[in-house]
Design a protein around this ligand. Sequence first.
Ligand code: TYM
Length: 326
Amino acid sequence: MKRSFSGIQPTGDIHIGNYLGAIKTWAEMLDEYDCFFCIVDLHAMTVPYEPSAMAQRTLDAVAVNMACGLDPARCTIFVQSQVQEHAELCWILDTVTPMGSLARMTQFKQKSEQIGGDVKVGLFNYPVLMTADIALYKGEVIPVGDDQVQHLELAREIIRKFNNTFGPVFPECQPLLSKAPRGMGLDGVNKMSKSLGNHIGVTEPPESVRQKLATAVTDPARVKRTDPGEPTKCNLYHLHTYFSSPDEITWVEEGCRSAGIGCLDCKKVLAENMIAVLTPIRERYEQLQADPDVVRKVVAEGADRARSIAADVMAEVKAAAGLYSG
Ligand code: TYM
């Protein structure tokens, strides 16, 4: 079985962009790959955060992912900071990573701009830690949303540089994109993102889903109900294609183009379909929250399995790099 690796930050609400772009794909891969899923708390430290909330958010992120279908009996779920080799390998990969390649990263430029002046080395180094995550488990197939594709191209470059310098330790890795690689936010302008507040969380209660959709931006051409629109320009139409039935999608397409239906009608149907998908996720999440020992046991077992592989790969890396082994 090929090994798959992916990660998610424990930075608050896990949203339907994460779900459609990444988590749903992860849950569908469990029988085909040896899957490793990591809650990347060290990555989450690269922007200001509340230390007293981090540990709980990390456990919540595990619970949400389990509720979305990551069955711990068929994959390894663990917390990045519990396996010290991630930071160790990151340092070794730093020694082969060109500064210029990191400086070109779109996410680094965007986040630095958002932060203003005081940009830290950790944010700059973020993609090297990602590379270490993948390389430490010799990950080959990396399911992500398309905002991470540039980071994965750089990961491939760093892995190639390591192999060329020290010998062929790591396999090549490939991104695996879902059918919804870039979920747009409810503002209709930006990708759905926790930090922009333009999202619907996967554990959001029905009333909140309805409210958020009711105020979401649609095709700007439809100012009045009688104005015809173009569904492909409507942010919510794309969500219909994931949550609604083929008949409903045709109803939306025809109704939007002929102005036969209003955006409100369209939103109501979407809201109920979305709620039908999210309700079992929320219910499973609430069950797990009521029994936190289950989640703790999953990450403890995950850390054990991750550590044993990480230790072997790290020994191989150090030997290849010629470090003293005693
Ligand atoms: P994070 O926590 O930002 O996002 C987790 C996953 O969700 C995807 N995603 C989206 N997909 C579609 N539409 C959206 N609006 C959207 N927003 C987020 C992301 O692409 C990602 O797949 N750096 C990674 C975590 C990471 C990682 C790794 C991933 C750390 N190490 C190693 C793969 C391999 C991140 O920030 O995820």
